[in-house]
Design a protein. Structure first.
Length: 275
């Protein structure tokens, strides 16, 4: 009997250990509750204090958000406005620049791979400050049926007033393809271990070390602020790309460290510049 109890105990420990590490061999169905989910590896209850807790490398740790330095903001905003101005002239936007972040993640070995590490290109942008969020949501709603050229002018105006409108310690994106039946590798990794590294194909270029916080639009327990975040990211995405049939999963990349990765620059080449 003692031998049997010992065997059961060891078996349970192995099961819990595997679940803790996200070793499932499937596509992440166990991370969902029906058609929605709650990310259990992030505690954002102190986000207003610029503090976020996350389970990284299997341990709960506390991180303080940092603001983008001037060199990053100047490059980012100038590049975004330049891209929109090119579109106004009829030129197709390139893939390089601040919109297309290359996101590295780690944590979950999906059924169809031998590896947990992943890299994917994600459309990234700024999140309005909390006190400006509802105002900008309403602006986008009120002008959503305007001609595309008018909408481009509105986007330029937002970027020209970035200092007063946007949160300087976050980037945001959407998870377009994850479902309960098939989680994307990025989604599975971020749900398991939320540390996410973003780099940009550009010169100058930068690296952001972040904690990714995922919000499902159908989660009934989202705060009012989180609901606004989900609405804004989906709205600004469709404002440019056209209407979609549903709202997608929102991702907030909370910035913890910023690096200058520009080649041929003594102040770059992977130098941490914040904090």
């Amino acid at each position: 009997m003692k031998l049997l109890k010992g065997f059961v105990l060891v078996s349970l420990l192995i099961v819990f250990s595997c679940a803790e590490k996200g070793i499932d061999g499937g596509f992440g169905g166990q991370l969902w509750d029906g058609n929605t989910f709650v990310q259990k590896t992030v505690d954002a209850s102190r986000l207003e204090e610029n503090i976020i807790r996350a389970k990284v490398d299997g341990k709960w740790q506390e991180y303080e958000l940092v603001e983008f330095p001037e060199i990053f903001m100047t490059w980012n905003i100038k590049s975004r406005i330049g891209t929109i101005e090119d579109i106004q002239k009829g030129d197709m936007p390139g893939l390089a620049g601040p919109h297309n972040g290359i996101v590295a993640t780690y944590g979950y070995r999906r059924e169809d791979s031998k590896f947990k590490v992943n890299n994917a290109i994600k459309g990234c942008g700024f999140l309005p400050r909390k006190e400006k969020l509802k105002e900008i949501i309403q602006l986008l709603k009120d002008t959503n049926e305007e001609h595309f050229t008018k909408k481009l002018e509105i986007l330029i105006d937002l970027y020209e007033n970035a200092d007063t409108l946007f949160d300087f310690n976050k980037q945001v994106s959407l998870e377009l393809y994850a479902t309960p039946e098939r989680g994307t590798q990025t989604f599975l990794n971020q749900m398991t271990d939320p540390i996410s590294i973003i780099v940009f194909m550009a010169i100058p270029t930068f690296k952001l070390k972040t904690i990714a916080y995922l919000l499902h639009p159908d989660n009934p327990n989202l705060t009012d602020y989180e609901k606004d975040v989900v609405e804004y990211i989906n709205l600004v995405h469709s404002y440019f790309h056209g209407k979609f049939s549903k709202d997608f999963i929102a991702v907030i990349y909370n910035v913890i460290e910023v690096y200058n990765s520009s080649p041929g620059d003594k102040k770059g080449m992977g130098t941490k510049i914040v904090p």
